[in-house]
Design a protein around this ligand. Structure first.
Ligand SMILES: C[S@@+](CC[C@H](N)C(=O)[O-])C[C@H]1O[C@@H](n2cnc3c(N)ncnc32)[C@H](O)[C@@H]1O
Length: 194
């Protein structure tokens, strides 16, 4: 666990002991079930730690939020890790694939994450929630994500998309005028505020 703590510390992020306990448990569960159900890429501890850091790094620059929805959470990145780091914030993890949903619910129950609700649907089918932050990593392009999430965004909703390179075209296509890009390693975090 020291690896994770040190890595977060070197990125100016610190969390309480409960966060590290829960991350530790998440790593164990992902390593155990990820192989059986082909849930995620590398299950090597260092790679999982890097994915955890990637998931929570934006907390160092985004504004406060009261609720959020993560689109296409897969095996947990970034939504589940953001939920672990913000246990008092209501969090919706939206993921249509049943095995991934079963894993997310299993982690939610094992870790006692009362702030998490897993929704087994495609985001465009979700209509009964409204949030003030939407996150997504490795699901689809920015323009489509903005369209697909219209029904679940509050008027003042912000968007945090975890992107790689080649962002300029996406920004042009989505006609974004109020966005911030923060880079870390290969990652470009695209943060949009209304
Ligand atoms: C490449 S995986 C990325 C998973 C995770 N976000 C990550 O970065 O490791 C894409 C995920 O998006 C989900 N997905 C695809 N289309 C979706 C949609 N319309 N609504 C919600 N989830 C979707 C898939 O089921 C899949 O789990």
């Amino acid at each position: 666990m020291n690896n994770l703590k040190n890595s977060l510390k070197s990125n100016n992020l610190e969390f309480d002991d409960k966060f590290y306990e829960r991350c530790n448990e998440f790593i164990k569960l992902l390593q155990k079930w990820g192989k059986v159900h082909n849930l995620s890429g590398s299950l090597h501890e260092n790679d999982i730690i890097e994915n955890i850091v990637d998931s929570v790094y934006p907390l160092s620059f985004i504004n406060n939020f009261e609720s959020f929805a993560d689109i296409g959470t897969g095996a947990g990145y970034p939504g589940l890790l953001l939920a672990i780091s913000k246990p008092n914030i209501k969090c919706y993890l939206i993921e249509p694939r049943i095995k991934r949903v079963a894993f997310l619910n299993f982690v939610k129950n094992s870790l006692g994450l009362q702030n998490v609700e897993v929704i087994c649907k495609r985001v465009e089918e979700v209509k009964d929630i409204k949030v003030d932050l939407i996150t997504s990593r490795a699901v689809t392009n920015t323009s489509l994500l903005l369209d697909l999430t219209i029904n679940i965004s509050k008027d003042n909703c912000s968007f945090l998309f975890y992107k790689g390179s080649m962002l300029e075209d996406e920004i042009k296509k989505a006609k974004l005028d109020n966005c911030t890009i923060i880079s870390r390693k290969e990652r470009n975090y695209l943060y949009l505020q209304k």
